[in-house]
Design a protein around this ligand. Sequence first.
Ligand code: BGC
Length: 743
Amino acid sequence: MNNKMNTQAIPTEAEVVARVEALMGRMSLEEKVGQLTQIAGAPFFPGPEPAEVIRQGGAGSVLWLNDTQQFNVLQKIAVEESPSKIPLLFALDVIHGYRTIFPVPLAMASSWDPSVAERAQTVAAREARAAGLHWTFGPMLDIARDARWGRIVEGAGEDPVLGAAMAAAQVRGFQGPSLGTPEHVVACAKHFAGYGAADGGRDYDPVYLPESRLRNVYFPPFQAAVKAGVGTFMSAYMDLNDVPASGNRFLLSDVLRGEWGFKGFVVSDAMAVGNLVIEGFARDGRDAALRALSAGLDMDMASGTYPQYLAGLVEDGTLKLADIETAVRRILAIKVRMGLFEQPYTDEAKLAQVVALPEHCQEARLAAQRSMVLLRNEGRLLPLSNSLTNVAVIGPLADSMEATEGSWMVFGHTPAAVTVLEGIRARLPGVKVKYAPGPEICRDIPSLFDEMMPGSNEKAVQTPEQAEAAFQEAIATAHTADVIVMVLGENANMAGEAASRASLDLPGRQEELLKAVVALGKPVVLVLLNGRPLSINWAAENVPAILEAWEPGSEGGHAIADILFGDVNPGGKLPVTFPRKASHAPLYYARDLSHQPEDSPMYRSRYWDGPTTPLYPFGYGLSYTTFSISNLKASASQVKLGGSVTVTADVTNTGSVAGDEVVQLYIHQKAGRDSRPMRELKGFERLTLQPGEVKTVPFSLGPTELGYWSTNAGKWVQDAEAFDIWVGADSLATLHVELAVTR
Ligand code: BGC
């Protein structure tokens, strides 16, 4: 195959338009519809033979295929045999790494360091592009405030400001400085919009969000992606306020293009155009195609509805040809910008040269280190001594590559992570580290994706007798050790798509095992591998050291050992609230206060069967050192509408080792046209400080931070009112000043 490097200059806007028009001039209606059609390349997916569809000009893009050779075979058919010879876009979900696997996005958000996510997605793009992929279905930008919802693992958590920063960083990482940059791919901001607010945290269930909440909370990461130049958007599966997101003109046209000026194209989620019928919205497939396209949805992912109906809709005059052409132009423009016409093929030797390079592994290890959150460290049990000689590593996830790499593996990828056990063994050479997994854990209802995906290896369920034997063996192993590291949490298939849970407890017999091991009276460190907040109430009271390692990726075991043994000081913070019980979900910090303060001694009114406060608040995380935050000042106590003030605070490392603190600024607007949340994050900064070092952190508060979308006004407003400002180390920060916004 032709392998010259992708060195062509990035075309100007005028050149893109001219080239697109030249192509449009020679395409038939069927080929135009073909460009709006994404077909599945996966063997598990029934449908017409991809090569034949492509030969007829019936596909613009292929997904669910991960095979460089096959990409080249199909591309050759597209560019040599199809009528207009337009190259295909090859697309796949590369969510947190292609072969070098990074921490899951929720973990990367815990770094509170957007550069972590940017560098991760740069590596992911490099490997994916070398494999022949042009387009990833990421980043996932859904705000998620309900820990039961399985897809919370794919996003940046509950907050729009943190979410927007992570969104822009990921787009930059995937795409590079502009579309068409070598070794990068097109990003896709998904799932537009509101998907994370599913009723009951049940995946795919409907969402009801008032416009104020959409605009103030759910939209900002998406708008940040547009500002960062994201090439594509994906519509969400569910009904938003009774209008399916994939047939939703308000979302796909009015807001996305009209207000935000998005110029790329929108793809549906898989099967979502066809789903408009299931949703009781479209009468039939023909109506679904009509309504999706009219709403602003350009490409049909795998439902086969556009290719079946669009041409007929134009021919009978129901749709204007111009409507279809607008969508085609958007897709062709991305292909031109990506340089696909100059370089449609992939060098089949390239992947082996870039995959899992030492520098990629190093980035993954660094990202994992920066993503971990120290939840508890009583009596400074951590870091552990390097001279330990008698350590036991216990738990069903301790040697699990799947749980270490986490959910959303690239299609066809076989996990190859450094597990926690391996990481600890590598850290203690010459020491015989003991290991016992204890009883296996598995889903009550198996995962659909495990059955579909090649390479998945969901283990057979143990019999109760086998589980009991494994339980006893784990206790016996722990019994002989001086220090025990328990590795518990959730399997990779317990979070992610179609992986919602009604409980947030440790699944299976894990808590029982934890209690039995703690009862041995030895020092116990709990390492959590999980893709969502877990209600670890017992552990939070009884296990002296707890490290939230999330699903840390292929270098996860090394990164965990780096932290456990003090080579690295943890500095991550929670991007989501940890509820005490699943029944408290959705629980998030940025709530409005209604009727009575929830913590007033007089009014214990929220629940009578337990505190409603979080187990761990948003923004929380400890370090091996201590910090003090002081000297909070605003450059002025009053600011005029539209003006800006600078707020500063000093952060001091008051401990004896270097460490990172994430300084966070929260505001509360005390009155206004609408009620405003008790607290809202408006700025954050992760800093490294040497012992005794002091740094002053500046935050700017202007109309963007002090304004909001008002229900009463029906528009963006800024009110001339008083504000509380807090700066601190988590969302319970107490250091306070006031600010008055005046006319
Ligand atoms: C998911 C998307 C994903 C798509 C393609 C859908 O089931 O909701 O997030 O990008 O499949 O794999």
